[in-house]
Structure formats: structure tokens, C-alpha cells
Write a protein that binds this ligand. Structure first.
Ligand SMILES: [Zn+2]
Length: 505
């Protein structure tokens, strides 16, 4: 065989092997019912394999580069693919943060003989590739091949937005992206932010405040708001739950909406989402202990608010929305319960960031909440029956009902108030739109609730009376920042009745 062909075969062999070993495992837990689903998954893996072809070419062009890079690439790929399959864990900034703040004993606990065997096997195979490469000698038309491979890589990675999103989540690009995102998140923490002006009016001597940031729950799918299906069986039976059916969210995706909710940003001063600190810092200044417990990742736009909290917990740090494996908001309740038992200060704030109704819906619904069937069975939304998608979505609302009710049950005996506000709604087929972020009308009406304990009602009867009076009024999500401080007996500069659920006016 002449060396032209030998080199071609080598590149192909490396690319196919790496695709099978490092890319295909990402799809093992991917819901793909029926032959159409399987064809789609095979198609995705094949398109991602084109990137591996370009990378294999670049790594093998020079034999010295190949001798160093092929084994490193194989060993890192083996370790990452092992954790992806064994723990459904994928690399992301939250996992990097967790790893850097974990002691070595815990890290040693996830090293097993299976991973050692898998890494050694990959290292041996990579050395075979290196040997093969050394026999070939120099590559013919070196510069033409280099330009061609770089061009294919650039077109593959940057050529199409949807493909880019998927490619950025796969080996090796997700390693580069996660590390650079982690570094830029750490840098963003140093940017100056202004402290909102807050004055205590009738501050509570002891109070527990819980803020639950929901995900993609729309108000009109809550039975509390008249939806005909029983999606909120627990909250409907619980006293002191006030549902707010007329909340408007200008922003329809998490990254834009969450900073808007946490800060005094409003439609007249949207820049405060980027320049102001959040209510967490305000409540800390007034003597509250604080914790952020999250089932989502570190978003670039709200990481600085996460770091305002004294305690940060990510119970599912290794999950991203590209992992099609179950994880539940009830995990947040377990973490919250642990915290409430060990933190006994008089004033406590807990912020919970839920995964709620994020696609793939079934992954966030425990069996006991899967009331509506049949459910969606395919990760590609258009390959499901519309009714099945809505069944799956409504099951996420039942799941949120259980989650919020479980949070409330931890605080019934205390002076406490719980806020729930989804970051936005969700399109469920209206005008052919699904999910969120496209700015469709259905995504602008998030679910919102307030629950207060009996002790809170005794301590602040006027506030509770005003809340009941205001329940059907129309508010923008701007209300949250001002109302949470108002609930604690504090007034933020810029507050007005149009922001304050507890204002009698
Ligand atoms: Zn969201």
C-alpha cells in the first residue's frame, strides 16, 4: 500500500474509533423511540464524527505531534466517556467548580478498576496508531491537507448554529468550552456591582425566606389557576398558598430572565441586571444567612449572585441539559432539609434554582408524578405526538407541585414565607412553536406562587391581607426583588405599589 492510502486509512480508523468510543456514549441514554429515533441518533453521531475526522487529521499530520497528542487525546477521552456512561456525568463549569472544591478522598472514591482498564486499553490502541503513523513517514501535500482539515473543522464547528450547540457539548470541544467558561465566570465575579439602597421599616426579628426560581412553568397549566387537569393536587389542598395568575415576563430564557428577577432591574432600568447586586446581598446586609441550592448550571449572567450566598450546593453538578438521564428537584429538598437542620440563625434565606419543566420533560418527573400518559418518547420534539408532549409537560407541573409542597412542609412551624416564580413560560405547540427562548407569547406568562406560614400571618397580618387583595393584579416579574424585601419588613429604593405584592395600595 502506498503511503497516500496508508495515511488515509489511518485517519479514517482513528476518526471512526474515537467517534465510537468518545462520542457515541453521549447517546446511550438518549430517548429515541422507534426507527425514526434511532436513525436520528445515528445521523447526529455521524455528523459529530465529521469533527473527529478533521481532528484526527490535524493530530496525525506530523509524526512527532501524533506521538504526543494521540495518547493524550485517547486517555482524556477514555476518562470522560467512562464517567459519561457510568455516572451520566458530563463536563461543565459546575462540575469543574465542584471538583476543585472537593477533597481528594472523594475524588478517589470514583476511581474504579473499570476506568483503569478502559484508559489502559485506549492508551494501547493510541500507541498502535502512533506506530502506524511513524511507518508512513512524511504526509504528501502536507499544507493542502492541513488547510483542508482546518476548513472542514471550522465549517463543522462554526458553520451552523444548531450543530455548533451540539458540537460544543462533545469531546473534545466541551473540555475547552467548560474550562474557558469557568475561567470567564470566575473573572466576572470581580466586576463591580452596586449595592441597592434598602432601609428596614418593620424588620422581622426571625424569619425564614425561601425563593424558588422555577423553570419553564407556565401559569395557565396550574390547576390553581383554573387548568382543567389536576396538576397541583398538593398545593390546592394546602392552606395559605396564593397563586398569582397574571405575571408577565419580558424575558423568555433563563440567562436573561434570572438576573432580572434577582435584581432591581425593570423595563426602565434593564441595565441593573448587569450592574446591581441582588436581594441576596441586601438580606445578608440585614443579618440573614444565605444559601443557593441549584439543579441548573452556573449561568454566565447570574453566577455573581450565586456567589453572594454564604453556602452554595449543586446536588447534580455533573448534569447539563444535554444529559438525558433523570434528575429531580426533590434532590434540592434533601439538600435544603440538611441545611435547615444545621443552620439555626434567626434570619435565613434560601434560594433554590429548579430544573422544573426543562426539556426532556420526563427526565425531571419522578414516577409518582407521571399522572398523564402516554408521554413523549423521543428527544427530538417533532418526532413526538403533540398530546404526548403536553402529557409529559403536565407531569412536570405535578412534579413541581410535589417539590414546592415538600419545601413548604419544612417551614410550617416557623415564621416563614416561600416565593415561587418560574423564569418564563413554555410554548406547547401554539403557532407551531415548542419550548422557549423564541419569544413566543406563551413563554411570557410564568407560574408564580407565594406561601406564608401561620406565624407569618400573625406577625404581618396587614401584609397577608394586601397579598390576598393583590393576587389577581397584573405584575411584571420585576415585582420579585421589591416584594421579597417588603416581605422581610424592608423597603428598597425605587419600590412602588406596582412592584410590591404586600402594598395595600
Ligand atoms: Zn429557563
Amino acid at each position: 500500500m502506498n503511503r497516500h492510502f496508508s495515511y488515509l486509512w489511518l485517519v479514517l480508523a482513528v476518526a471512526v474509533w474515537n467517534t465510537l468510543c468518545f462520542i457515541v456514549p453521549d447517546f446511550f441514554d438518549s430517548p429515541s423511540d422507534g426507527w425514526k429515533g434511532v436513525v436520528t441518533v445515528v445521523f447526529y453521531a455521524a455528523v459529530l464524527g465529521i469533527g473527529q475526522l478533521a481532528i484526527a487529521t490535524l493530530l496525525t499530520l506530523n509524526r512527532y505531534v501524533a506521538a504526543v497528542c494521540l495518547p493524550l487525546y485517547a486517555i482524556a477521552g477514555a476518562a470522560i466517556s467512562y464517567y459519561r456512561v457510568a455516572f451520566h456525568a458530563t463536563l461543565n463549569p459546575a462540575l469543574i467548580d465542584a471538583t476543585l472544591h472537593t477533597n481528594m478522598g472523594t475524588v478517589a472514591g470514583v476511581v474504579s478498576w473499570q476506568i483503569v482498564v478502559w484508559v489502559v486499553l485506549q492508551a494501547v490502541v493510541s500507541l498502535m496508531w502512533v506506530r502506524w503513523r511513524w511507518r508512513i513517514g512524511s504526509v504528501p501535500y502536507l499544507w493542502a491537507v492541513l488547510l483542508c482539515a482546518a476548513g472542514v473543522f471550522a465549517a463543522w464547528y462554526w458553520g451552523h448554529e444548531r450543530l455548533h450547540r451540539s458540537a460544543a457539548q462533545r469531546y473534545p470541544m466541551h473540555v475547552i468550552r467548560s474550562v474557558s467558561e469557568y475561567v470567564s465566570l470566575q473573572r466576572s465575579l470581580n466586576l463591580p456591582r452596586q449595592m441597592p439602597q434598602v432601609k428596614p421599616v418593620h424588620p422581622a426579628d426571625s424569619l425564614d425566606i425561601v425563593m424558588i426560581i422555577g423553570e419553564a412553568a407556565r401559569a395557565d397549566h396550574l390547576s390553581l389557576n383554573g387548568y382543567p387537569r389536576p396538576t397541583c393536587p398538593r398545593l390546592a389542598a394546602r392552606p395559605n398558598v396564593i397563586s398569582l395568575p397574571h405575571i408577565y415576563s419580558q424575558h423568555t430564557h433563563t440567562a436573561a430572565s434570572v438576573p432580572h428577577i434577582l435584581t432591581p432591574a425593570d423595563s426602565l432600568a434593564p441595565q441593573k441586571a448587569h450592574t446591581s447586586r441582588s436581594f441576596i446581598a441586601c438580606l445578608k446586609q440585614q443579618g440573614y444567612s444565605s444559601a443557593w441550592i441549584s439543579n441548573q448550571d452556573y449561568g454566565r449572567t447570574y453566577t455573581s449572585f450565586i456567589y453572594e450566598a454564604d453556602t452554595i450546593i449543586f446536588p447534580n453538578a455533573s448534569k447539563t441539559v444535554f444529559v438525558f438521564h433523570p434528575w429531580y428537584d426533590l434532590d434540592l429538598v434533601t439538600a435544603l432539609q440538611g441545611l435547615t437542620e444545621c443552620q439555626d440563625g434567626p434570619r435565613r434565606l434560601y434560594v433554590l434554582h429548579a430544573i422544573g419543566s426543562h426539556w426532556f420533560f420526563n427526565n425531571h418527573v419522578p414516577d409518582e408524578c407521571a399522572h398523564f400518559r402516554p408521554v413523549a418518547t423521543n428527544r427530538v420534539i417533532t418526532q413526538n405526538d403533540s398530546a404526548a408532549i403536553i402529557n409529559s409537560y403536565d407531569n412536570t407541573i405535578v412534579s413541581t407541585d410535589l417539590f414546592v409542597d415538600s419545601v413548604i412542609s419544612l417551614f410550617t412551624g416557623r415564621n416563614a414565607i416561600v416565593f415561587y416564580l418560574s423564569d418564563h413560560g413554555e410554548s406547547l405547540g401554539e403557532n407551531g412553536n415548542w419550548l422557549h427562548a423564541a419569544g413566543a407569547e406563551a413563554t411570557k406568562y410564568p407560574a408564580a406562587l407565594v406561601w406564608y406560614s401561620d406565624k407569618y400571618a400573625q406577625r404581618f397580618p396587614d401584609k397577608v391581607a394586601a397579598l390576598k387583595e393583590n393576587r389577581t393584579k397584573h405584575y411584571r416579574t420585576d415585582y420579585l426583588f421589591y416584594s421579597i424585601l417588603s416581605a422581610a419588613g424592608m423597603e428598597a429604593a425605587g419600590n412602588s405599589p406596582s412592584f410590591d405584592l404586600f402594598s395595600p395600595e
